[in-house]
Design a protein around this ligand. Structure first.
Ligand code: PHB
Length: 384
């Protein structure tokens, strides 16, 4: 009787253990919060594809720990991002928060990372001040003021001296307007007008009329990833493609996800940025092929930031020998350096921000497709 009872208890305990997820100490949970619906869904889709590709290539065990990914959609609403982050930390016991499509979403969530002492890996949002908002923030995407280096230097040397700037009217746009203007003027350029366009449902027509009337040699543009195709359609509708105004900007406008869809009118647009799907390295060639195979997408700079963000989390866990403590993970991330599909990158130990090459690129047709073809490199650019 006693024997039967004991084995029944043991059996029940075993059954119970099997029906529960891995014990907290055996798993490291990563909460990935992205806009997966709404106008910025392509950003979320790219980042998720990059994260999943890295996990597919490297497997889901690091330093003896099982990596569990929890993906949530915030619909690009900052209150959602913050609430989801809180739920992920409190209920889902995530060890790392990641994602963050647009600046307001990252800024809203920063206090949660600080309070919970959980690393927050920024895979998109680019405004310079973001990592200052929490000592747990580390960024693998880009810094606004970093990506204007290159085009601000190239343009005045290439016959583009009188310029109108057009940026999306929120934090990263304001940052970029300022950093581009300062550097461009120092290089001999002149800004004749500055235009800011709303983030929500932008209608570019009235702003493009102002550009038409100002008759600049060049129009410098910053728009967050994905918005470039709407802009280019209206640019053509207003006949600006035939007006002699040369288009320059940060590479957010000609991101790899939308470039083929924009079509030949994009030919010749010159931008500076940190990633092109045509970046000429063996690592990038393999990355682009694997990315296409896994998700049927051409990777853009969001895809590569998701891939590198997951890589950073894996490498930090290897360094802590699987210890998921937030302070230890952030310490391990500081100064980490590796080769990304975009080129060599590292995490600045002082700012926790990404250090990377910035390339000047021109849109050309290569093997039947449109690409940003890199022709000049500014090496290891830190947050200015
Ligand atoms: C941002 O909101 O910080 C942001 C988003 C997309 C970009 C650049 C900046 O392409």
């Amino acid at each position: 009787m006693l024997r039967t009872l004991t084995s029944a208890v043991v059996g029940a305990a075993a059954l119970l253990a099997c029906s529960f997820p891995l014990q907290a100490q055996d798993a490291v949970r990563v909460g990935l919060i992205l806009p997966l619906t709404g106008p910025f869904a392509p950003t979320g889709r790219q980042i998720e594809a990059g994260v999943r590709l890295y996990m597919q290539q490297q497997g889901t065990t690091v330093a003896g720990k099982k990596i569990e990914l929890v993906v949530k959609d915030d619909g690009n609403v900052a209150d959602n991002t913050k609430r989801i982050a809180q739920e992920l930390v409190v209920n889902e016991k995530v060890n790392v928060l990641a994602g963050f499509g647009l600046t307001p979403l990252a800024l809203a969530t920063a206090p949660i990372a600080t309070e919970a002492k959980v690393p927050m890996v920024i895979m998109s949002a680019a405004t310079a001040i973001i990592p200052d908002r929490s000592p747990y923030i580390v960024r693998t995407s880009q810094v606004t003021s970093q990506t204007t280096i290159g085009i601000a230097d190239w343009a005045p040397k290439n016959g583009i001296k009188r310029v109108v700037t057009l940026v999306t009217d929120y934090a990263p746009g304001i940052d970029i307007e300022k950093s581009f203007s300062e550097r461009f003027k120092a290089a001999g350029g002149e800004i004749i007008e500055q235009i800011r366009v709303p983030l929500a449902n932008p209608d570019f027509a009235p702003f493009l009329q102002r550009v038409h009337d100002a008759k600049p040699e060049g129009l410098f543009v910053f728009l967050p990833a994905g918005v470039g195709s709407i802009f280019m359609k209206q640019f053509v509708e207003r006949g600006l493609d035939k007006s002699g105004v040369r288009l320059i900007g940060t590479g957010d406008m000609t991101d790899d996800d939308i470039l083929n869809g924009i079509g030949d009118v994009a030919l010749g647009i010159t931008t500076s940025h940190h990633y092109s799907a045509l970046h000429p390295s063996a690592l990038n060639k393999a990355f682009v092929a694997d990315f296409r195979k896994a998700s049927n997408l051409r990777p853009n700079f969001m895809g590569v930031a998701g891939y590198d963000g997951m890589q950073l989390i894996y490498k930090a866990l290897e360094k802590t020998k699987g210890a998921p403590n937030g302070d230890a993970l952030v310490e391990a991330m500081k100064g980490m350096a590796w080769e990304s599909p975009r080129g060599p990158i590292s995490i600045d130990p002082q700012t926790r921000d990404i250090v990377q090459n910035i390339y000047v690129r021109k849109v050309e047709r290569v093997d039947g497709e449109l690409y940003n073809v890199e022709f000049q490199t500014f090496e290891a650019v830190k947050k200015p």
